[in-house]
Design a protein around this ligand. Structure first.
Ligand code: NAG
Ligand code: NAG
Ligand code: NAG
Ligand code: NAG
Ligand code: NAG
Length: 654
């Protein structure tokens, strides 16, 4: 039985299992006997090209125009094409944005760590101050200190006015906001900055920790939200270059399981499906999240120091979930520091880009627990302020990102730790969604796994498995299992329940017969059966009207016309058609002559749907699976029957 809940919550053990693995899956592959790509010379064969009206041609001209398809994954049951990250259409809309600097003055305050005394020192650059504010003679500086109150609230520490000397940061302090102001008028603030600290852990058993840290790998997870494999190569070329070094493995068949950030994150951290945790409580309610068991809990129980930091909060816990938790410190900073929004999220917090607080914190942890006093440590560092709502935004931080990785390297991180650079899904909105590659942009997040040299030497089988799995289908659920498996490797006596039958760790070779349902990937999110975005033609509009007709028919024949509107097609938003490959990877007509279209549309009155239609060239609709009609917007419900509730656009209740 798989448990999502903490062991301290004995009476609410969830008995639901395998729900995650139960998805309606339409398997339309017929070729079971498949040869591997490498033995076939694809360039030697003409490739049929599909034209928009659904006809196929293999004429010479068409062959010239078509490009040879590359594949990320080319297995028996799964063929994921590899789109070119730098294709002409995307480079036409990709413009690295120029963000405004967060601060226009140089830093007056800097923080230094004294390795011998094991303490932080705050330094004030007086000569710079005089240079910046030549006519100000009477000024003072003060320190707001984030105290570890039960609610981590911010405390103004009176009497700590200082005017120029270095300040030794006491060991209990986790974060400070410093500011300088005119003494005559204290509300005239001249400069303000904020720092977090990872202090030297007193009362820890250094000797045995150091011994353990030689066999227990630290595990560092660095996340960038909404970043596909392709967009990562495109917008962060320097970082992409860094993770091509020896020891890194890029998982090309890593597939998302949902478009919700929260859902994805919870699946990664708990291994539980939304159905499982929803059964227990509403995650939007205070306290619900505290009851789940997260990856860091397993690591903590195995004697690791644990850390969690993110630039924009995803979760709110009522209890501190890890040993080193940046969120409350950032929240305290936010009360004092000015914020600058860019699109949806705060890009700047005070003098720094928001994501820098996360990586500075990570750097401090690396300095403490890898460099200074080795201890096994597990940390998750998640950023979204620059990447979430603008696909090109990451181009602006690429250089900074690499410079953090270089600093981690200087402190020995890549000699000791397993490092995972990952995302959970691609972009869902914006200009990338207009391209034919949008299907894969959404579904293939980036995942790069690094094994340090000693680990590769000690576990050559794992290194080999990762290498093979680069081109096998995998998912967020597998990544969750992989991170637990890293722990099992050093603590074989631990026992984790199986999450689903065919989900598995990336540290063991994944079978080449894998399908999406084996990896808990829902049908809609499966890249193994790729679709390509198509122009909205008259034919498509007709097909969309037929779906609307079916919906109306259902409402009518089940007597819901009193509660629900009769719908009309308003506009088609998007259409994708399924791409079919033969066993050597050539694009071919659908085996049953039926084109499979996925159409997204809106209705009058308000309604947003997606439906699947199978149609032949003459547009005689052949099939319209009811379970493939989805309501896309959240809506109120005025009828009890779940199927009717999905279709029903409610009339105002009388
Ligand atoms: C594949 O076929 C093309 C065209 O016939 C030829 O130029 C190329 O050398 C072949 N490649 C291999 C690996 O045989
Ligand atoms: C003070 O700031 C100036 C200008 O940024 C810099 O050149 C100098 O090295 C700094 N002094 C110290 C002690 O950090
Ligand atoms: C200091 O000098 C600047 C420019 O020289 C001026 O704008 C500002 O008002 C002065 N401040 C005070 C407090 O005199
Ligand atoms: C103090 O400074 C603030 C901000 O510059 C200003 O609004 C306020 O009027 C000043 N108060 C006095 C007493 O000068
Ligand atoms: C709908 O209503 C009619 C007339 O009241 C009734 O004869 C019929 O059985 C109802 N159909 C359903 C599916 O409830």
């Amino acid at each position: 039985m798989y448990r999502c809940l903490g062991s301290n919550n004995g009476k609410v053990l969830l008995a639901i299992l395998l729900l995650l693995c139960i998805f309606i899956f339409v398997n339309r592959h017929t070729n079971d006997i498949v040869e591997h790509t490498s033995i076939v010379n694809k360039t030697a064969l003409p490739k049929p090209l599909r034209t928009f009206n659904g006809e196929f041609t293999t004429s010479k001209a068409a062959f010239k125009a078509s490009s040879i398809m590359d594949f990320n994954v080319f297995d028996h049951k799964c063929k994921i094409p590899r789109p070119n990250p730098f294709s002409e259409d995307v480079m036409g809309i990709f413009e690295p944005p120029k963000f405004k600097e967060c601060a226009d003055q140089p830093d007056l305050f800097t923080v230094r760590y004294d390795l011998k005394e094991r303490q932080y020192i705050l330094q004030f650059n007086k000569s710079l101050f005089v240079q910046l504010f030549p006519n100000i003679s009477d000024f003072g500086c003060a320190c707001h200190e984030v105290l570890r109150d039960p609610d981590d609230s911010l405390t103004w520490k009176k009497g700590s006015i200082f005017s120029g000397r270095d300040w030794i940061v006491p060991r209990h302090v986790q974060g400070i906001v410093v500011e300088c102001f005119e003494l005559r008028n204290r509300s005239r603030v001249l400069h303000r900055d904020a720092f977090s600290f990872v202090q030297y852990p007193v009362n820890c058993n250094d000797k045995s920790d150091e011994e353990r840290s030689r066999t227990y790998p630290s595990v560092i997870m660095l996340g960038i939200d909404s970043m596909s494999q392709m967009n990562f190569q495109r917008t962060m070329p320097l970082t992409a270059q860094f993770v091509r070094q020896l020891g890194w493995y890029e998982m090309l068949g890593y597939n998302t399981i949902s478009d919700g950030s929260l859902t994805n994150m919870l699946v990664l951290l708990t291994g539980c499906s939304p159905q499982q945790w929803q059964h227990y409580c509403d995650i939007r309610q205070r306290g619900c999240l505290d009851a789940l068991t997260y990856l860091w809990n397993h690591y903590h129980n195995a004697g690791y120091q644990t850390a969690y930091a993110e630039d924009i909060p995803t979760f709110t816990f009522t209890r501190r979930p890890v040993d080193y938790y940046l969120n409350p410190i950032l929240k305290a900073f936010e009360k004092i520091m000015t914020k600058v929004k860019r699109l949806k999220y705060d890009y700047c917090l005070g003098r720094k880009q928001s994501f820098r607080y996360v990586f500075d914190y990570c750097l401090q942890l690396v300095q403490r627990f890898v460099h200074e006093t080795p201890k096994p440590f597990f940390g998750l560092f998640w950023t979204k302020s620059f990447s979430y709502d603008d696909f090109s935004g990451a181009a602006n931080v690429d250089k900074d990102f690499v410079s953090y990785l270089e600093q981690f390297k200087e402190h020995g991180l890549f000699e000791r730790a397993v490092v995972i650079l990952f995302s959970l899904h691609g972009q869902h909105k914006g200009p990338l969604m207009e391209l034919s590659s949008s299907f894969l942009e959404e579904r293939l997040p980036m995942l790069h796994i690094y094994l340090p040299p000693w680990y590769r030497k000690q576990y050559p089988k794992i290194a080999h498995a990762l290498d093979v799995n680069r081109r096998r289908l995998s998912s967020t659920v597998d990544l969750h299992i992989t991170i637990k498996k890293l722990l099992l490797q050093v603590r074989p006596s631990l026992c984790f329940d199986k999450i689903c039958q065919e989900c598995q760790s990336l540290l063991d070779v994944i079978p080449d017969k894998r399908r999406c349902k084996d990896a808990s990937v829902p049908d809609h999110w499966c890249s193994c059966e790729p679709y390509s975005q198509e122009p909205i033609t008259e034919l498509i509009k007709i097909l969309a009207k037929v779906i609307v007709y079916r919906i109306n028919q259902f409402i009518f024949s089940n007597n819901y016309t009193m509660q629900c509107y009769n719908l009309e097609l308003k506009s088609v938003l998007r259409v994708e058609s399924k791409i079919n490959f033969d066993f050597i990877g050539l694009q071919v007509p659908p085996p049953d002559e039926l084109e499979r279209y996925r159409i997204q549309f809106t209705t009058q009155p308000r309604g947003k749907f997606r439906g699947v239609v199978l149609s032949n060239i003459q547009a005689n609709v052949m099939e319209m699976p009811e379970e493939h009609i989805k309501r896309l917007e959240s809506h109120d419900s005025c009828v009890k029957d779940p199927l009717a509730a999905k279709y029903c656009v409610c009339r105002p209740s009388t």
